[in-house]
Write a protein of this length. Sequence first.
Length: 163
Amino acid sequence: MKPERKHPRLKNYDYSLPGYYHVTICAADASVSLSRIVPGNDASSGQIRLTRAGAIAREQLLALEQRYSYVRIDKYVIMPDHIHVIIRLMAEETQVKRPDVPGIVRTFKSLTTRMCNEMYDTPGKVWFQTSFYDEVLRNEKAYQECWRYIDENPLKWLLKTKT
């Protein structure tokens, strides 16, 4: 019997509300399939080299702004086994129910998976974990801390893999 999954979303929170959301999407089985991190020009940075799958992920992530008029990708990094992104949902007058953050992430993962499976000829391969992690960024301080965390993530990866 499978263990009961924990639901990571905030209870009773409307994830379609305008605001900023820090989302972390992990590769299935923590596979290092999206990028490589190499030392940068100085000792305080790491440079990202996307794999073909990582390039598809970037393309689909940025395409969310065209797919949904109210979505902005403020900041992102595609790490070897996960993606961090700040998604901003804009206010928009509409009578139609618009997809919320979980729906937007589902669309991203589905399209990326389909394109990766076509490119690699791996029908049915699962590229991402079922769920994702999120944080509602409720103020400027939280936003700035998240931005800095995303910026520093490649260097942290390099330092972690050197030990």
